[in-house]
Design a protein around this ligand. Structure first.
Ligand SMILES: *[C@@H]1O[C@H](CO)[C@@H](O)[C@H](O)[C@H]1NC(C)=O
Ligand SMILES: *[C@@H]1O[C@H](CO)[C@@H](O)[C@H](O)[C@H]1NC(C)=O
Length: 298
């Protein structure tokens, strides 16, 4: 939707029963900009590549900040030996009490599986890691990774399969990230002190450069101009009598039955770590783990 001029938005608004929001796939430069080590990024039109070598990693960030909606990108991760490398795709707000929704792809030695770590920061505090091994090799082909965010939940999706749901439990007194606009970011860097097999396997620089490729950039969210006050953005980005955002539709507040089966399958077959069940780290389960249940829409 971000790439459509204002007139179009109103036309779509009219014909879509006041439902605001429209998925559009864009070129990298329409939505994003390089944010550091710009000489380690190459924009080849359809495909953007970022490399990590012994000099630097690289990163890009969205030009705008958003509240709610869905961000998607297709990534083909580092091929072959990716041990020690981390490629991240995430949303984050700014400041000491920032919120953050992370996908972190932890590399591995040739032939060993990549791990996908997700994390959620609320008011500056993370420590909510989950890890999975995927049902495919993410370095072979492009696959899509999405974050869906609304007032009810944050959903992490891999090829449209939900792999994690972080629900709004404010009614239980648990804070939920819903009042800070977020940017969208990606980066690749060396993290061989912890990333691969607990930090035991180091980056083999003779295999550099390590390259992650991107395409299919989509952001369908409510834009929050930096010139507009936070409270005003919050109001603009909430559905009201005049406008309804698609992510506020009742069907968006819970997983469908099919999706909840998919999530159960992922958790049973692919999850390798869940902070909620790490009793060594958390003798008392974190509060949201005691309440999180995956509600299903029939
Ligand atoms: C970095 O890599 C280049 C190319 O492989 C190599 O020539 C150079 O010596 C390396 N530098 C360091 C500090 O390891
Ligand atoms: C790497 O491969 C090892 C061995 O198969 C596995 O235990 C580990 O979870 C994989 N991922 C990372 C990030 O180390």
């Amino acid at each position: 939707m971000v790439s459509f001029p204002m007139e179009f938005k109103w036309v779509f608004l009219g014909i879509s029963l006041m439902l605001v929001g429209l998925v559009s796939s864009s070129r990298f430069e329409e939505l994003y900009q390089p944010s550091w080590a710009t000489d380690h990024l190459t924009n080849e039109g359809e495909i953007l590549r970022m490399k990590l070598d012994n000099l630097s990693g690289a990163g890009f960030s969205s030009k705008n900040k958003y509240m709610f909606g869905k961000v998607t990108v297709q990534i083909k991760l580092v091929e072959g030996d990716s041990a020690g490398t981390v490629t991240a795709f995430y949303m984050s707000s700014e400041g000491p009490t920032h919120n953050e929704f992370d996908f972190e792809f932890l590399g591995n030695t040739t032939g060993e599986p990549y791990s996908v770590q997700t994390n959620v920061y609320v008011n500056g505090v993370g420590n909510r890691e989950q890890r999975l091994n995927l049902w495919f090799d993410p370095s072979n082909e492009f696959h899509s990774y999405s974050i869906l965010w609304n007032q009810h939940r944050v959903v992490f999706l891999v090829d449209e399969t939900p792999v994690r749901v972080h629900s709004n439990l404010e009614h239980k007194g648990i804070p939920f990230p819903k009042d800070q606009a977020m940017g969208v970011y990606s980066s690749i860097w060396n993290a061989d002190d912890w990333a691969t097999q607990g930090g035991r396997v180091k980056t083999d620089w003779s295999h550099a450069p390590f390259i992650a490729s991107y395409r299919g950039f989509e952001i369908d969210g409510c834009e929050c101009p930096a010139t507009v006050a936070a409270a005003e953005n919050s109001k603009r980005c909430s559905s009201s009598a005049e406008k309804r955002y698609w992510w506020d539709e009742p069907t968006m507040s819970e997983l469908s039955l099919h999706q909840s089966h998919q999530l159960i399958w992922v958790r049973a077959n692919h999850m390798v770590y869940d902070y909620c069940t790490d009793t060594a780290r958390f003798p008392v389960a974190p509060v949201e783990c005691q309440h999180h249940q995956h509600k299903t829409r029939n």
